[in-house]
Design a protein around this ligand. Structure first.
Ligand SMILES: [Zn+2]
Length: 153
């Protein structure tokens, strides 16, 4: 780390502490050349991975588009906006936490399916049927099987 005052590369860390939230490290540095002090902050760089579509093209992750497809599947279903927001946030967090530079659209689809499965079974089947259509009929049949409510005798 170059000294901001004299541009010397000879600097020492004299103190290091983690922020209360634990997401930043603050370092006090001293320049060996001019003896001036300065502070640096270090934080993890969190970047949304690019989404690689089936045809191989890359697009930016689009939370609004994601919300749109969730809402479409949840049309006329008794699920609150807060719950949809929370689901979108969980998907975003999961993608951020992956640390990957790019993910397949299939992976994003699986995350959506997992969230919808928790939110609403009808929306889950709607999304899964459109998303997985013609790609893997077996998966879709399995999805339908999984939600069949056992009948009372
Ligand atoms: Zn200096």
């Amino acid at each position: 780390m170059k000294c901001p005052f004299c541009s010397s590369f000879d600097t020492q860390v004299i103190d290091s502490r983690v922020s209360e939230e634990g997401d930043t490290i603050r370092r006090r540095r001293r320049c060996v050349n001019c003896d001036r002090r300065f502070t640096t902050y270090e934080r993890a760089e969190l970047v949304m991975p690019a989404v690689v579509k089936r045809n191989g093209t890359r697009v930016e992750f689009d939370a609004a588009k994601l919300r749109g497809s969730l809402n479409l599947s949840l049309r006329k279903r008794p699920v609150s906006t807060e719950d949809v927001d929370a689901a979108v946030a969980r998907i975003e967090e999961s993608l951020l936490a992956s640390g990957l530079r790019e993910v397949s659209s299939g992976h994003v689809g699986e995350l959506v399916i997992a969230e919808l499965k928790k939110l609403d079974q009808v929306a889950y089947v709607r999304f899964a049927s459109v998303y997985k259509s013609f790609e893997d009929i077996g998966e879709f049949v399995k999805a339908i099987d999984e939600i069949q409510v056992p009948r009372k005798p």
